[in-house]
Design a protein around this ligand. Structure first.
Ligand code: CAA
Length: 257
């Protein structure tokens, strides 16, 4: 299928999606949202794909929601179409997604990275929620996901002042999983995705579900949820294979069953 705003390809068992609006620093307009959901759906349905990587250009992962698209809208327009609500579906994709971030990840770009499960940043990456400088606030989850990622005080600093933070600060703050040299960025993300894709699919999906549940529930409920998922994996052939292979000192041959 042909995409206008994305480059979508597979690399072995990895679905690779590259945001491709260079003239607008990958600003996220309604076409990007539509196409990203299509690409995710296709990779979600493809049994040969075990994980995804989402990346942008060297200069920008994404410089935010498209300001030119939003500028003429009024309250009735944005309330009526519940502007930005479609991005909630992007965050709901079940297979793991690694964000490979180089350059600007601002506003909706930072929020899109936070919808991914692992954020690998180039040393050149810059993160921020500068919406306040436009007379608005984050609208794709920034006030909620950034606060959960970095805590109230760092989130307030970024969201109230609109300042940018570099990759080192983002890693110290807990927003970024790993920082790598610019030339390593894509390979590092693809290697991590390939590792995930090589593991038993049910355990990978359940691991993602379990970690995400930690953000939504009490510790007691979360522990119960984790344990039930853990128990359920003992119904898979891959649990037998994984543990038998360990004892027999060989590599497991997972069947994703
Ligand atoms: N929307 C639309 N177009 C954008 C854009 C955005 N978010 N960010 C950059 N562009 C466009 C610019 O308008 C420019 O296009 P033209 O050449 O046609 O003028 C092109 O991309 C290149 O940008 P600059 O010339 O500005 O490049 P720069 O290197 O001087 O600056 C930048 C880079 C600091 C990232 C600057 O572009 C910038 O501040 N961008 C906006 C960042 C921002 O405010 N993001 C938040 C958006 S609101 C949001 O995301 C709401 C939400 O939470 C849902």
């Amino acid at each position: 299928m042909a995409y206008e705003t994305l480059i979508v390809e597979t690399r072995g068992a990895i679905g690779l999606i590259t945001l491709n609006r260079p003239q607008a620093l990958n600003a996220l307009n309604s076409m990007v949202l539509k196409e990203l959901l299509q690409a995710y759906e296709a990779f979600q349905a493809d049994d040969a794909v075990g994980a995804m990587v989402l990346t942008g250009s060297e200069r920008a992962f994404a410089a935010g929601a498209d300001i030119k698209e939003m500028q003429p809208l009024d309250y009735v327009d944005v309330y009526g179409r519940d502007l930005m609500s479609g991005w909630d579906d992007v965050a709901k994709v079940r297979k793991p997604v690694i964000a490979a971030v180089s350059g600007f990840a601002l506003g909706g770009g930072c929020e899109l990275a936070m919808m991914c499960d692992i954020i690998i940043a180039s040393e050149t990456a810059k993160f921020g929620q500068p919406e306040i400088t436009l007379g608005v606030i984050p609208g794709m989850g920034g006030s909620q996901r950034l606060t959960r990622a970095v805590g109230r005080y760092k989130a307030m600093d970024l969201i109230l002042t609109g300042r940018l933070m570099d990759a080192a600060e983002a890693e110290r703050a807990g927003l970024v999983s790993r920082v790598v040299a610019p030339e390593r960025l894509l390979d590092e993300a693809l290697e991590a995705a390939a590792k995930i894709a090589s593991l038993s699919r049910p355990s990978v999906l359940m691991a993602k579900e379990a970690v995400n549940r930690a953000l939504e529930t009490t510790l007691e409920e979360g522990l119960r949820f984790e344990r039930r998922l853990f128990h359920s994996l003992f119904s898979t052939e891959d649990q037998k294979e994984g543990m038998t292979a360990f004892i027999e000192k060989r590599k497991p041959a997972f069947k994703n069953r």
